[in-house]
Write a protein of this length. Structure first.
Lengths: 112, 114
């Protein structure tokens, strides 16, 4: 079956360290992969989009990699801060980009 | 980007009743989406609502249960009909503007059915 897997266990890291979150997928060939942040009681907020022909994308302290052979994306937050604590969702664009499917997300806790 | 508001933000409803959720966008957008999110779960797409055409529903969701209106490019409603406790969830609308793929989400409507 088609699915997106993100670490279901929460990730706890110390402030200042790099957080690395993983997104694996099966049976898709997405043209785009996106990462969103979701805080409790709020809707997801778009962070980054990476295309299938891009290996890496950066935005400030965020870095995303996309390996279409491994069917995996890694999401890095460098110099993490307690304000980075949230749930991070991976999303794939399928059906020619007309449909986006989301992973269940990984909860990140950054301790001061 | 787009700013999206939803009403109501939360509601507690009785079994068998219906609730209509409103989604208002601050700019004209072609594609609007309705999602459901249960606690700790991923977002599940209910339907895509494009202005001027019938909504397209995903597998497991039907128009009789979740009728959608899209009267113009800035507004949509989702009705949850004949509710049961299994419909308790957070309902989110989102939009995609222009030729971009990123989505902008409303704050969600937390529905509890008793």
């Amino acid at each position: 079956s088609q699915k997106i897997e993100q670490n279901s266990e929460a990730l706890n890291i110390q402030e200042g360290k790099t957080a690395t979150l993983t997104c694996n997928y099966t049976n898709y060939s997405p043209a785009y992969l996106q990462w969103y942040r979701q805080d409790p009681g709020r809707g997801p907020v778009f962070l980054l989009l990476i295309r299938e022909n891009e290996k890496e994308k950066r935005k400030e302290r965020l870095k995303v990699t996309f390996d279409t052979t491994l069917k995996q994306s890694l999401f890095h937050i460098t110099a993490s801060q307690p304000a980075d604590s949230a749930t991070y969702l991976c999303a794939l664009d399928i059906s020619g980009g007309f449909k986006t499917i989301f992973g269940a997300g990984t909860r990140l806790f950054v301790k001061a | 980007s787009a700013v999206i508001s939803q009403k109501p933000s939360r509601d507690i409803c009785q079994r068998g009743t219906s609730l209509t959720i409103q989604c208002q966008v601050d700019s004209q957008v072609t594609m609007m989406f309705w999602y459901r999110q249960q606690p700790g779960q991923s977002l599940t797409l209910i339907a895509t609502a494009n202005q001027g055409s019938e909504a397209t529903y995903e597998s497991g969701f039907v128009i009789d249960k979740f009728p959608i209106s899209r009267p113009n490019l800035t507004f949509s409603t989702l009705t949850v009909s004949n509710m049961s406790p299994e419909d308790s969830s957070i309902y989110l609308c989102s939009v995609r503007s222009g030729g971009s793929y990123e989505q902008y989400f409303g704050p969600g409507t937390r529905l509890t059915v008793t």
